[in-house]
Design a binder for this molecule. Structure first.
Ligand code: SF4
Length: 454
């Protein structure tokens, strides 16, 4: 069977689609990059905002139009909370809710023996992912490979942030056993991956659900230590962490340089009044102290956050506090969301819902501030040399390829270099910065020769 896989939304969705790809490959199916060649399409949907839900419906229709013969199988958060709405969309095929997602491969192909996660990783993807064609232009935009793996260690959440539909769609918090995660990362390192990214709906709550049966007392800190001690993965990254789940002591983990200096701490609002209405378990003062501790403990820290604009009841003064606080903290990147009224959440019932134009205008202002902050952060890198894990060729010309990858602290770099640098860590000299990242030339370590073209 030939399958085309697509995903909307967060890193967890991306991690799940990668796991599905491995399961399908291990079962002898083929993953195709062109939807027109597929027998079936799997779309992992998102419901975090109204736009994400709209995107799921739009993408379903588009995939169907691109290949009317292929069934479009729908899973993920929107498929779980609004199956009826999706069923009415032109081209929608089977709907597989989140709780059945792990069996999706067996649902599509009942003859498939469920492979264990470790078997999946030992399965050799090399021939599929590494059959480099002879001309450099034809491997531009290679979709994925074994460079950076998203490892889902946890699902669900026990909090009740009043804007969040995720807890409805994903259920209560559940963590994977620590040894299971360590074995997976050992296998990833053996398969050639250079970086593992730990992900979860509420990553910082890892282990809170462990009872007396196994793992009692194990928390995210123990998981990180075990991975650093018992695996050879060269780079380990943590995805989003809720600020109330960690403290200053947690940052001592970064004494091990394999843990990458990037923290994504969702703030959501810079007004204590709005944070209270959101039922967030952080306030400006505690957030500020946490960031100061992180900055003192982690050299070269890249700090990013999520913000919501136009939460019900957000006044001009609240919004101005957000702008001021974001500037004071000096985040390097903002992910800005316009508040979206999601049925089933407490915030949807609140009075004082703001008009759409006002929510959009505040979003625009915060995005503009985020761009300024990103540019200022990136400018500091001009003239420096930085190690980059090269992941994709994004362009080509007669002198070779333009490669894209990420620094250890998660700044995107594009740079010119000849030859195949896929999955290598090599330094680049940074020449130019913009709000989206850095641009430069790749310095080839082997020969000591600098690539000739910027
Ligand atoms: S911590 Fe809050 S925002 Fe995050 S998943 Fe849980 S309820 Fe949603």
């Amino acid at each position: 069977m030939k399958l085309f896989l697509d995903s909307i939304g967060c890193r967890l969705n991306q991690s799940e689609i990668e796991t599905m790809a491995r399961q399908l490959l291990a079962a002898g199916h083929e993953i195709v990059a062109d939807v027109g060649q597929a027998d079936k399409v799997i779309l992992n949907t998102c419901a975090v905002t109204r736009e994400a839900a709209r995107d799921a419906r739009k993408r379903t229709r588009r995939l169907h139009r691109q290949n009317e013969n292929a069934e479009v199988v729908l899973t993920g958060c929107y498929a779980t909370i609004a199956p009826e709405a999706l069923r009415r969309v032109e081209g929608a095929g089977r709907i597989v809710p989140n709780q059945d997602k792990e069996q999706l491969v067996q649902i599509l192909d009942p003859a498939t023996r469920p492979a264990t996660r470790i078997e999946l990783l030992i399965f050799d993807q090399e021939p599929l992912l590494r059959d480099l064609p002879s001309t450099p232009t034809s491997f531009v935009g290679r979709p994925f490979g074994n460079t950076r793996a998203f490892v889902k260690v946890q699902d669900g959440c026990d909090n009740r942030c009043t804007f969040c539909i995720t807890t409805v769609a994903r259920g209560p918090g559940r963590s994977r056993p620590l040894r299971d995660v360590v074995r997976e990362i050992q296998a990833l390192a053996a398969a050639g991956y250079r970086e593992a990214v730990l992900s979860g709906v509420h990553l910082g709550s890892y282990g809170h659900d462990f009872g007396t049966q196994h793992g009692q007392g194990q928390r995210l800190r123990d998981l990180v230590i075990a991975i650093l001690n018992d695996t050879d993965i060269p780079r380990l990254r943590l995805s989003s962490l809720e600020p109330w789940d960690i403290d200053a002591d947690f940052f001592t983990l970064w004494q091990n340089k394999r843990l990458l200096p990037h923290l994504h701490l969702p703030l959501q609002s810079g007004s204590d009044r709005i944070l209270r209405l959101m039922a967030r378990r952080t306030r400006r003062g505690s957030f500020r102290r946490l960031v100061q501790a992180a900055q003192a403990a982690i050299p070269d820290l890249n700090l990013s956050t999520d913000m919501i604009c136009g939460f019900p009841g957000e006044s001009d003064a609240d919004f101005r506090q957000s702008l001021t606080f974001v500037r004071e903290i000096g985040f390097s990147r903002l992910h800005v969301f316009t508040y979206s009224r999601r049925p089933g959440t407490a915030a949807a019932q609140m009075s004082n819902q703001l008009p759409k134009e006002e929510r959009k205008e505040r979003t625009r202002q915060l995005i503009a501030l985020g761009q300024d902050l990103s540019l200022a952060f990136h400018k500091e890198y001009e003239g420096q040399e930085r190690d980059v894990l090269w992941e994709t060729a994004v362009g080509a010309d007669d002198g070779g390829l333009r490669w894209a990858g990420y620094t250890g602290n998660y700044v995107r770099v594009t740079a010119h270099g000849s030859g195949d640098l896929f999955n290598t860590i090599a330094p680049a000299r940074i020449q130019r910065a913009d709000p989206d990242g850095l641009h430069g030339v790749i310095l080839v370590q082997k020969s000591g020769q600098e690539q000739s073209k910027p």
